[in-house]
Design a protein around this ligand. Structure first.
Ligand code: SF4
Length: 213
């Protein structure tokens, strides 16, 4: 990365971390995946129950493998052959997990997490239930404010996810939001997390690379 661009990114991340901390959300800039995995191992312990929200970032950063191969009680929503009733059971068990891992569709420099969710299970677990919520965010998710977050989601993240999941939504055909009423609509819930009451619950790790979308 060009050093001047890298500097602007560092300054944005610094501001974001400061504002997250003001909102009672722990936050840290992460230099590489090795550091990320070490930070995670400090937060969770062998035998604990861990779960994940749907996320490309968690696959791309090796977090899924870390949880799967570690000595944890991993609630594996990606195992083959799961029926809808099994998925529902995993979603419900996730509320009682020791730690819940997810990314965020957008992270604002004001220290707010902005997410869309079709089922709502991921945003519900981010809001309430798991004792710890660990959010892993690539630099591509960082935006100035909530207005920019909504634009990012409607015209980039949601269409890309709809395409990935082979959904029959207008955005999966044209590449940007049509505010549809499709049965496959993935943006049923728009959720902004602005603050935590429990200072020790939420941890945001910000990577200086792009992950997910
Ligand atoms: S509202 Fe519909 S068209 Fe817009 S991003 Fe969501 S699924 Fe796509």
């Amino acid at each position: 990365m060009n050093p001047n661009i890298s500097w602007t990114l560092d300054k944005k991340i610094e501001t974001t971390i400061e504002n997250l901390k003001n909102n009672h959300i722990n936050a840290k800039a992460i230099a590489n995946l090795e550091q990320l995995h070490n930070e995670i191992k400090q937060l969770i312990h062998p035998g604990q129950t861990v779960s994940v929200g749907g996320s490309m970032t968690l696959f791309e950063t090796g977090v899924i493998d870390l949880l799967k191969e570690g000595d944890y009680n991993y609630l594996d929503r990606y195992q083959e052959g799961l029926k809808p009733a099994d998925m529902r059971e995993i979603y419900l068990q996730s509320f009682a997990a020791d730690a819940y891992f997810t990314s965020s569709n957008a992270l604002t420099m004001e220290g707010h997490l902005y997410n869309i969710d079709g089922n709502g299970n991921r945003v519900a677990a981010m809001i309430y239930g798991p004792k710890k919520v660990i959010v892993i965010v690539g630099k591509n998710k960082l935006v100035k404010d909530l207005e920019a977050a909504e634009t990012r989601l409607k015209h980039y993240a949601a269409p890309a996810n709809a395409k990935r999941l082979h959904l029959k939504t207008p955005c999966a055909a044209v590449g940007f939001c049509q505010d549809c009423s499709s049965p496959d609509r993935i943006c049923s819930n728009y959720v902004t997390i602005k603050k935590q009451r429990d200072y020790s619950r939420m941890h945001v790790f910000i990577l200086k690379e792009d992950y997910g979308f």
